[in-house]
Design a protein around this ligand. Structure first.
Ligand SMILES: [Zn+2]
Ligand SMILES: [Zn+2]
Length: 198
């Protein structure tokens, strides 16, 4: 039995978000479509009212719907129509919660893969969502080195990429100090390293 943590770490988020978007669109189209279909009589009556008094009263005062229903100008929606509208709202809420969790768990996985705190970024993702994603990109690019070969983010301390074995740091030919693979000059002695800088 896999733990939730292992499941998140092994998730293919690219594939999962594709399915999530597809499923969300289908669910919203179907439930929204059913609700609209069941509300046809009311939409027709609403159209007649608009013909008579225009849109403005509806924009100014939302209570006018209740007033119109009370006066019989718009008939009461059927129980099925009310349920369909309720379900559409519930689905929309579920999709929103799903999206929110998807972003937070993706942050967790990305943080773990870059050897950053997964728990911290999960919490930040749950609170700040897209704001946390932007913060994550900034912090990661400032504190981590991306492997040029495979694109995995590595700690600055790594001499080799833990994912593909590409060298991340080399030794300065002048003083032997550690230099990053794209440092044009040594940070210890200031001599040219002979590596091409980015
Ligand atoms: Zn690599
Ligand atoms: Zn040096």
């Amino acid at each position: 039995m896999k733990t939730l943590k292992e499941k998140i770490e092994a998730t293919n988020f690219k594939k999962l978000s594709k399915w999530f978007i597809l499923l969300s669109v289908c669910v919203m189209l179907i439930s929204g479509g059913v609700a609209t279909y069941l509300l046809m009589p009311q939409l027709g009556e609403f159209g007649l009212m608009v013909d008579k008094i225009g849109y403005e009263p509806f924009l100014v005062d939302s209570d006018i719907f209740e007033y119109a229903i009370g006066r019989g100008a718009i008939s009461m929606p059927s129980f099925g129509a009310q349920m369909a509208v309720l379900m559409t709202f519930l689905f929309a809420l579920l999709i929103f919660v799903g999206y929110w969790l998807l972003v937070a768990t993706w942050l967790y996985q990305s943080a773990c893969r870059a050897e950053m705190s997964g728990a911290l970024w999960l919490v930040l993702g749950l609170v700040g969502n897209l704001l946390a994603v932007v913060g994550f990109f900034v912090v990661r690019s400032l504190t981590r080195d991306m492997c040029r070969e495979c694109g995995h983010w590595q700690s600055y301390k790594h001499q080799y990429c833990t994912h593909c074995g590409t060298i991340m740091q080399e030794k300065c030919p002048h003083c032997g100090g550690l230099i990053h693979a794209h440092d044009g000059y040594c940070s210890s002695c200031g001599n040219a390293t002979g590596l091409s800088s980015l």
